[in-house]
Design a binder for this molecule. Structure first.
Ligand code: PEP
Ligand code: MG
Length: 761
């Protein structure tokens, strides 16, 4: 269908009228009025109206030509009321020849619309949100043709951009009275912290936005050619993904890429893009429009499979936009400015790692989840990440100053000077605190009553290793080996695994490193492994359960660990063990690998310790029995607590319903610590709670002598423990956590204790 771009093809008549309407510098209200005038004239209809959604969801008649002007800003419809409401609900155009006889028709006398028969309503969509509805009506009973529907959809897109652009700059505050387009420049979003920390930086949009200036095509033929070229590049890159790497892909991974290919070659998708360009949009705007339509529909779909497909389509649309902007689609590091804060709808771990870590200051996502791979990696590398910042992409511009407050979960956009100063003050305090931690870096964590506590690091990637020295950690108490698998595009080879483990052991020097064998399954899905759909993945086929049922991967990993620790000390532990037999079986599997290495004449580790992660209540009640077989026990408090309280740790609705400082959880932790001590087996605890000073103080009081935590916890926990009299705290805790206790947390008691004792918590 390529045309000669030198032949100027004028955009359709309606688009020309719209372009003229946009050329003026009037207020938004005047522009809306110009739009409805242009629509009535170009489409030869009697009525054109714009309904915009208020924050409450109601639809307000905001401009009209043909209905009574007196109804503007007066007529309000419920979001599900009438034909206009129906368009909002379905996010699709509604095209009727005889509107008044439609069962949903709702007559508003103040508008005088009873005499109009035909009705064409299209949603004003942006980013999956429906901002309003654009309506054309005429007296004659007729169905609007496809071209007219297309044209109106295109106008709706232009409108959406104007509305959002105006919201963003706050330039016409109050001019569209009733519709809060008011927020002026500085804005604060309250969202969810998925990786903590304070960051100040400049906004960088993962996908560059389409702005009103580049919405309308000057030359339709030239845009058609750009679109065709972009689609061809996209297809070539997807073909390369499928064919080039297919040999080394698992079936599931091939399926994912095949799905991409299917979408990239989907005739309907490309047809929709072409139609959008033909209606007068630029190629970028066409991609955006079709994406908005898909988003609005798929997000409403009750079918989780369909909703999941949205992610693939989004990814494809992003790639196409990148191709259109002239960016290469082959993988490689992306250019970003120093101190960049990335804004995206969602971000996969591979996309995150495409950015130069040195220049990244933080991440903001409209979606995201605490348990997502990206969140896990951000926590591991100490990069603040705030997610669920709904609608933020509509409000941010490339290069805006941004403050990320990973303590409160707030994002401040274009902050005023006083906020900047206050934030800077906190950053400085953090710096001072960091310097204070620096001063105690080499001090052993000894409590006032003489208990020595080993503070170790939770790690998993190469980038974590230097933290051992900078934070002054006593070793790595939890090396999450699955991270390497999660961030890789393909299954890491034996050599890659061995190299990583070796690096960790070398970086630790004389300090211990405890490798946790693969904890896959549940939410930790590998792109190259067949997904197993499960009703309750957290209590499904995961971790050691997979390792025992399909031992090849686990044996392979054991091989890598044995090789990496040649002539060194090797500590390994198995996750999600529920029964003693499971542990015995896993240990036997490991022993077979040691024997194999020995029979092949390989150099063995000079010391081997095989431990168990205690993360299930059932194993807590078998603590003594498992101690007969394990060289050490490490309590995985994150999982233990989710199973103990029956509250999915990744479900925002339930994850915070309990406090780990509940008497019941503290008494099970004491039971475990005492059981191990009685058996003479070292016990440690890893998981988020060990990295919080208040919780850490309690854990030490309960008898734990090794705590493993994220890097950010080491300084604060050490500072607290140096001032702690663990025995005194134990005396306070003991009666509070008895089985008679009615408390749902002892946090306040412990906090007061710490304040009195001068413990920094
Ligand atoms: C835990 O469950 O406490 C733990 C440390 O393991 P993960 O968070 O990786 O499940
Ligand atoms: Mg766990």
């Amino acid at each position: 269908m390529s045309r000669d771009p030198n032949i100027i093809t004028r955009p359709p008549r309606l688009m020309r009228a719209i372009r003229e309407a946009m050329a003026g510098t009037e207020s938004v209200q005047e522009r809306l009025d110009d739009f409805v005038d242009a629509i009535t004239e170009a489409m030869k209809v009697a009525v054109a109206s714009i309904y915009l959604r208020r924050p409450s969801g109601e639809l307000e008649l905001s401009a009209t030509r043909g209905l009574k002007k007196s109804a503007v800003h007066k007529t309000l419809m419920q979001p599900n009321e009438g034909l206009v409401g129906h368009v909002v609900q379905t996010a699709r155009p509604l095209n009727l020849a005889d509107a008044p006889s439609h069962p949903l028709f709702s007559y508003r006398p103040e508008t005088g619309e009873e005499k109009y028969n035909s009705f064409l309503g299209v949603p004003i969509l942006r980013g999956g949100r429906t901002l309003g509805v654009l309506v054309a009506q005429s007296e004659a009973q007729r169905v609007f043709n496809e071209e007219e529907v297309e044209d109106l959809l295109t106008v709706a897109m232009v409108l959406a951009e104007i509305i959002v652009d105006d919201e963003r700059i706050g330039g016409t505050k109050g001019k569209l009275k009733g519709i809060t387009l008011a927020p002026t420049k500085p804005e604060t979003f309250e969202a969810k912290t998925f990786a903590s920390g304070l960051a100040r930086g400049l906004a960088h949009l993962h996908v560059p936005p389409v702005t009103p200036d580049n919405l309308l095509a000057d030359n339709v033929a030239a845009e058609e050619i750009r679109l065709e070229d972009g689609v061809a590049q996209l297809r070539a890159s997807v073909d390369a993904m499928v064919s080039g790497e297919a040999a080394s892909l698992s079936r599931a991974s091939k399926e994912i890429y095949e799905t991409y290919r299917m979408f990239a070659y989907d005739r309907k998708w490309v047809k929709r893009l072409r139609e959008a360009v033909n209606s007068g949009l630029t190629a970028e705007a066409a991609v955006e429009r079709v994406r908005n339509e898909h988003r609005a529909r798929l997000m409403k779909s009750p079918d989780p499979y369909m909703r999941a497909r949205l992610h693939d389509l989004e990814d494809l649309a992003n790639r196409l936009l990148r191709a259109l902007s002239g960016e290469s689609l082959s993988p490689g590091k992306k250019e970003i400015p120093e101190g960049a804060i990335i804004f995206a709808r969602d971000l996969g771990p591979a996309e995150l790692l495409d950015y130069d870590r040195e220049k990244l200051a933080g991440i903001v996502l409209e979606e995201g989840a605490h348990s997502s791979h990206t969140s896990i990696i951000c926590r591991a590398i100490g990069l603040p990440l705030i997610g669920r910042a709904e609608g933020i992409l509509d409000r941010i511009e490339m290069g805006d100053t941004v403050l990320l407050d990973g303590q409160s979960g707030e994002i401040h956009i274009r902050p005023v000077q006083s906020r900047l100063d206050g934030f800077q003050h906190r950053v400085n305090i953090q710096g001072e605190v960091a310097r204070a931690y620096e001063a105690i870096r080499h001090k052993p964590a000894m409590t006032r009553d003489g208990r020595h506590v080993s503070l170790q690091l939770n790690a998993g990637l190469i980038v974590d290793l230097p933290h051992m020295d900078t934070a002054g950690a006593d070793g790595i108490g939890l090396f999450r080996t699955e991270f390497q698998f999660m961030v890789a595009e393909f299954m890491p080879r034996l050599k890659d695994q061995t190299e990583l483990y070796q690096k960790a052991i070398m970086a630790a020097g004389q300090r211990p490193v405890t490798f946790r064998t693969l904890d896959l399954g549940g939410d930790k899905i590998l792109p190259y492994m067949d997904p197993v759909p499960e009703e309750n993945p957290a209590i499904g086929w995961r971790a050691i359960r997979i390792g025992l049922d399909r031992p090849a991967l686990l044996r392979y990993q054991c091989r890598a660990l044995i090789a990496a620790a040649a002539n060194r000390h090797l500590r390994i532990m198995f996750p999600m063990v529920t029964t003693v037999d499971e542990f015995i079986e896993a240990k036997a599997l490991f022993d077979t690998e040691v024997k194999r290495a020995s029979s092949l004449g390989k150099t063995l580790p000079n010391k081997i310790e095989v431990g168990v992660m205690l993360e299930t209540p059932s194993l807590a009640w078998s603590v003594k029995a498992v101690c007969d077989h394990a060289d050490f026990v490490s309590v995985g408090a994150n999982d233990l607590m989710q199973f103990f309280f029956a509250a999915d740790r990744d479900n925002v609705r339930v994850a915070d319903r309990y406090d780990p400082l509940h008497p019941a959880s503290l008494s099970i932790l004491r039971f475990i610590a005492s059981g191990c001590q009685a058996a003479g087996v070292p016990v440690s605890i890893c998981g988020e709670m060990a990295g919080r000073p208040l919780e850490a103080a309690c854990l030490v009081a309960l008898g734990f002598e090794t705590l493993s935590m994220p890097v950010t916890g080491i300084g604060p926990v050490k500072a607290a423990l140096l001032e702690l009299d663990a025995d005194k705290l134990n005396k306070l805790i003991t009666p509070l956590i008895s089985i008679e206790s009615r408390l749902s947390t002892i946090r306040t008691h412990v906090r007061e204790f710490c304040i009195e004792e001068g413990i920094p918590v």
